[in-house]
Design a binder for this molecule. Structure first.
Ligand code: C5P
Length: 231
């Protein structure tokens, strides 16, 4: 067990509608962050989990996670104003003996433990940055600011990027140390930051269950995934 999983869970999740921070919203009777951490803790490679909780909710999150992961393996910190800031804070609190770092959105609450292990294994095999990806099934069209559709993009060369993303710890630390504080709009994940150092990003097959729960419809799909898992 050489891997620490960082879980940015500090977002408000406004696209899901009004209410609690997204990671504390319930799915099948449990908050999203509990689902996400239970699956990470069940991964064979994961030795520790660091959660970036919503501001003011660190104690609440610690309490929620106590039945799911042992205290020795869990660190809860308060996240920052952006996802990037939350990841940087979590990374700084990660146990030093872990050389491989996974970064996994609480919003991808149902990503299976095996996906975390596959990503960690690819890092262990020598890839400093690894992302799980899915093919694009829709036709994709680029549109201008006036809403006029200008051209179709070749979907064969496109992939949808999920989490958990995996990194050699030193590479992720350097990427966050050299990144502009506060985060850039065009850098929406950690692989995007690492890439700016010139580090190649390796891909492994993603998983449909690792969908990002963003809008109300995604909760409907997530309920179906849960039902299938338990049934
Ligand atoms: O906003 P978005 O859906 O891209 O957020 C992805 C993940 O980053 C979510 O799990 C969210 O809780 C987390 N996040 C965070 N800190 C922020 C904003 C988002 O940890 N300030």
């Amino acid at each position: 067990r050489d891997t620490v999983a960082l879980v940015p869970a500090a977002g408000r999740g406004e696209r899901l509608g009004p209410g609690a921070p997204k990671s504390l919203r319930h799915l099948g009777g449990e908050p999203l962050v509990v689902h996400a951490v239970r699956r990470l803790a069940a991964a064979r490679s994961v030795a520790a989990v660091v959660v970036a909780a919503p501001p003011g909710a660190a104690e609440t999150v610690r309490g929620l996670l106590a039945p799911v992961v042992s205290a020795a393996e869990l660190v809860v910190v308060e996240g920052g104003d952006t996802r990037q800031a939350s990841v940087a804070i979590a990374l700084a609190a990660a146990p030093s003996h872990c050389d491989i770092v996974l970064v996994h959105d609480a919003a991808r609450a149902l990503a299976p433990p095996g996906l975390a292990d596959e990503v960690a294994a690819a890092v262990r095999a020598g890839h400093p940055a690894v992302v799980p990806v899915l093919p694009v099934v829709d036709t994709v069209r680029q549109v201008g600011p006036d809403g006029v559709a200008s051209s179709t993009v070749d979907r064969e060369v496109l992939r949808l990027v999920q989490t958990p993303q995996g990194f050699a710890r030193s590479v992720l630390a350097e990427a966050h140390a050299t990144a502009a504080t506060g985060g850039r709009k065009d850098v929406t994940d950690d692989a995007g930051l690492v890439e700016r150092l010139g580090v190649p990003v390796h891909t492994v097959p993603g998983h449909a269950s690792a969908l990002k729960i963003t809008r109300p419809f995604d909760l409907v799909v997530a309920h179906a995934v849960l039902a299938e898992e338990s049934g």
